[in-house]
Ligand binder design. Structure first.
Ligand code: SAM
Length: 366
């Protein structure tokens, strides 16, 4: 008797899964839009004149939708060609979502009040702010307690989902194909000995995706926030798979020896750093990377990447407290990567994100 093909190889199953993925993403997009729209209306009722954002024109909206559809198509294609398992596309913390969504609304009046009063460095009295760099002690996105409380760590990923209408993970996943490609340079190294570090791992969404894509690799994560690291630990302990080694550290002084990692990633960090700190972090990433290794940065698009979305780039630091975003939006990261010693730098843009793929030259031991 002929052996049956694996279930996912059946065209009908593939089409059904693709439809399910599209439906999931459309649902997230609609929910995110409704959430933001309701929020803006209520806020305007309570604080008339508080909505200072410029609106995207119909052409801009159409462009944005097209780009979002392209992101989904690439996300599906990368799963289909095996960069990561299709199951990763459906990895959604539903239980948390329903548990935490009311908290987002309960926290919202505090966010509006803080934004209205221009309180940008407000932390609960029981939060120890000693030892953190000054640039970090901010209520980024007007977030309650910045990155320094359990509540902030709980809400962060959900807030990203709502802000980006469910495209946060698809944008993060765009680092996986270039990393996989870059790591082919180490094809003679056993998969279990490949080391990948996620710099500023936040609540661990990227590490979870890295584990999906590189199940045998040794994964590492650093972040300045111990509450976000705890969240990462929770997230990655939920399923089977190797646990990453997590360390609380400043990315400007990575606690690893020189030439250690084969791959590095960093997602949504650089726009939250002052210019000179961006350079320090890039230099550190270069130092801890093995010659021949690959570094993939994912962050916001910058000025000039999409003139149609210029309004959105201008809105972002107005609507959300992002003190370093304007500088970031015109910063030349290619130059910074080259200054650190990286070479063969490639740039990609997907939806609202930009990717820098950089290699450490062979023979450049630190
Ligand atoms: C916008 S969040 C991105 C988190 C995560 N990478 C993601 O994809 O959601 C920025 C993260 O960078 C961390 N961070 C900011 N400055 C840092 C620094 N100098 N060193 C280490 N982590 C830092 C914050 O604690 C926060 O978790």
């Amino acid at each position: 008797m002929q052996a049956l093909p694996p279930l996912f190889d059946l065209p009908l199953v593939q089409s059904a899964a693709k439809l399910a993925y599209e439906a999931l993403q459309t649902g997230k997009k609609t929910f995110g839009y409704a959430h933001r729209e309701v929020g803006t209306r209520i806020r305007t009722l309570i604080y008339p004149g508080s909505d200072q954002s410029q609106k995207l024109n119909p052409q801009g909206m159409h462009y944005l939708e097209t780009r979002q559809d392209q992101l989904m198509a690439t996300d599906w294609q990368d799963a289909e060609r095996g960069v990561y398992p299709v199951s990763l596309l459906f990895d959604n913390p539903w239980e948390e979502f329903f548990r935490l969504y009311p908290q987002v609304w309960l926290d919202t009046p505090k966010v509006w009040q803080r934004a209205g009063q221009k309180n940008y460095q407000e932390f609960a009295p029981d939060i120890d702010v000693e030892g953190y760099p000054k640039y970090y002690l901010q209520n980024f996105h007007h977030q309650t307690d910045g990155y320094l409380s359990e509540a902030s760590a709980d809400l962060y990923d959900l807030q990203v989902e709502l802000l980006f209408g469910g495209t946060g993970d698809p944008m993060r996943r765009r680092i996986l194909a270039p990393l996989k490609q870059g790591l082919t340079a180490f094809s003679s190294t056993p998969a279990g000995q490949i080391r990948i570090l996620d710099v500023a791992c936040g609540g661990g969404r990227t590490l979870k995706q890295l584990r999906g894509s590189f199940p045998d690799a040794a994964l590492y994560g650093v972040d300045l926030s111990h509450t976000y690291l705890r969240k990462t630990n929770q997230l990655l302990s939920q399923d089977a798979g190797k646990l990453p080694q997590l360390l609380q550290a400043n990315a400007e002084a990575l606690p690893y020896v020189d030439n250690y990692f084969h791959g590095l990633s960093s997602v949504f960090l650089f726009h939250e750093l002052p210019g000179e700190v961006r350079q320090n972090v890039i230099n550190e990433c270069f130092r801890v990377m093995q010659p021949g290794g690959v570094f993939v940065i994912c962050d916001s698009i910058q000025q000039g990447d999409s003139p149609e979305l210029k309004v959105m780039l201008e809105n972002f630091p107005i609507v959300y407290h992002e003190p370093y975003y304007r500088h970031y939006s015109t910063d030349n990261l290619v130059k910074r990567l080259e200054a650190a010693g990286f070479e063969n730098i490639e740039v990609e843009v997907h939806f609202m994100s930009k990717y820098f793929i950089a290699y450490k030259p062979l023979g450049s031991n630190c």
